[in-house]
Design a protein around this ligand. Structure first.
Ligand SMILES: [Fe+2]
Length: 477
């Protein structure tokens, strides 16, 4: 093994000839799950976040179990297959196909975790394995990245990256890279805000404003990528995703009204923080599956006031966030909560956020209700235009998102299945879609169609539940 821990070419030395016991083969599944998880944590969280340390400690423990038995852990990723030594792992190859593809894409043909590995070296190794192909190329290739990371107990066999197109060009929606970075930064901010608020510490307004500003910039320059990301949901981290989605959707509406950066960035801050009052409401109440008692309900209804107080306590924060937190449940007809005497119209930012909030909440799965499909949520917004919501803003929302918004999975009148890429200005019901399954439900080479084009010969029949038809739209975006 060379000093840099790199070995190119055929992965055939002692470790690869080793025979693994059934128990070890079973254990490697846990190892792969933990490796997959550790990469996710590293990509998602700042390096000092406890979730990163926990994920790495779990992975280390599993690797140590092999080392304690005198075995290295040689993993090979080849085509769609995964091997432990020279033993093919057919089930794991299916379960971890994303991991295999990721490893192939950065040129990691095999990775061996050898005895002597400790936690800090493992962390450096997993950081290398968490790079995206663009980052590897910028680092001067995987060999170079491995050499820099200094990994004496991790052996890589590299394969040349077959670079199809650059990262940006392979994306269905342009600007996805920067959009994704802005989106994750906003998620991180929400996670940190919750920590800080629960510990009764405070966070600088500058950081919040910086995140909002980058959401604004991306909504202005990478609008479709941002709209598509705003369809991301996470049941466990509902509040964080919800806040970021509401912010993106609000900014999309706001930017249709004005490009004034002062207004947009304060709308960005206000929408991100609209629900911070919930960070102090008992989680058990918020996630309660059944009906709330009147006491619990009263508690939930306090979140606008609590949120306004919290926002007001952050020095230097835009006043609009206080207003939005307070007003987002007041409804357009002012029959919502909290009641305000004398009555005064909701602020423009609050009216925008109320729509984005309702849409994202309806399309998310909650402890007490299933997620609604996107087209159904749109029709509920339209039905409540004039009562709960400002009708002009609802129209604007539908125009921006389309009836079938980006990331929605739809059945076409031809029987084909497609994912929506972008709405079309010409007709809110005829977006541009990427067709990926034929009328018989057979996966095909995806192709794009503008349904608003005359002669496309197709229209949308309805939205489908992505989970029910077992499709990961991420693959087609
Ligand atoms: Fe709320």
């Amino acid at each position: 093994v060379s000093a840099g821990g790199i070995r190119s070419g055929d992965p055939t030395d002692g470790a690869f000839g080793a025979v693994f016991s059934a128990r070890q083969v079973a254990r490697v599944r846990e190892l792969l799950a933990r490796l997959y998880n550790a990469r996710r944590m590293i990509r998602f969280y700042p390096s000092d976040h406890p979730a990163v340390g926990e994920a790495l400690a779990g992975l280390m423990a599993t690797i140590r179990a092999f080392h304690a038995e005198g075995a290295d852990v040689p993993l090979t990723f080849f085509e769609d297959e995964l091997l432990l030594g020279d033993q093919l792992l057919p089930e794991d190859s299916v379960m971890f196909d994303q991991l295999i593809r990721d490893m192939m894409s950065i040129g990691a043909g095999s990775v061996t975790f050898r005895a002597g590995l400790d936690e800090s070296e493992l962390e450096r190794a997993v950081r290398v394995l968490s790079l995206e192909v663009g980052e590897v190329l910028r680092a001067g290739g995987l060999e170079r990245a491995v050499a820099v990371a200094d990994l004496p107990h991790v052996t890589f066999a590299t394969v040349t990256i077959v670079e199809k197109e650059s990262e940006e060009e392979t994306d269905a929606v342009p600007g996805r890279g920067p959009a994704r970075r802005a989106y994750s930064a906003a998620l991180d901010l929400m996670r940190e805000l919750e920590r800080v608020i629960q510990r009764q510490e405070s966070l600088g307004a500058g950081r919040i404003r910086g995140v909002a500003r980058s959401l604004v910039e991306n909504v202005l320059s990478n609008r479709f990528a941002m709209l598509e990301l705003s369809g991301l949901k996470d049941h466990d981290e509902y509040t964080f995703y919800h806040s970021v989605n509401v912010s993106v959707l609000s900014l999309a509406v706001g930017s249709a009204i004005t490009h004034d950066l002062r207004f947009l960035s304060s709308l960005g801050v206000g929408s991100l923080l609209h629900d911070i009052g919930k960070m102090t409401v008992d989680l058990e109440i918020l996630n309660k599956p059944g009906a709330l008692t009147s006491h619990e309900w009263a508690d939930v209804r306090r979140h606008p006031v609590l949120g306004a107080e919290t926002a007001a306590s952050i020095p230097g924060l835009d006043r609009s966030s206080v207003v939005v937190a307070l007003e987002h449940h007041m409804r357009f007809d002012l029959t919502g909560y909290p009641a305000r005497k004398p009555e005064r119209r909701q602020h423009l930012a609050s009216r925008i956020v109320a729509i984005a909030d309702a849409y994202d909440a309806m399309t998310s799965r909650r402890a007490y209700s299933a997620a609604r499909l996107q087209d159904e949520a749109m029709s509920i917004l339209l039905r409540n235009a004039g009562s709960a919501f400002d009708p002009a803003l609802v129209r604007s929302f539908v125009r921006i998102m389309g009836i079938y918004p980006p990331r929605a999975v739809v059945r076409l009148t031809t029987g084909e299945t497609a994912v929506v890429l972008a709405p079309d200005e010409r007709d809110v019901a005829r977006p541009t879609v990427r067709v990926f399954a034929d009328a018989a439900g057979v996966m095909i080479d995806p192709f794009d169609v503008s349904l608003a084009d005359e002669g496309s010969g197709r229209s949308v029949e309805r939205c489908l539940d992505e989970d029910a038809i077992n499709v990961d739209v991420e693959e087609y975006l």
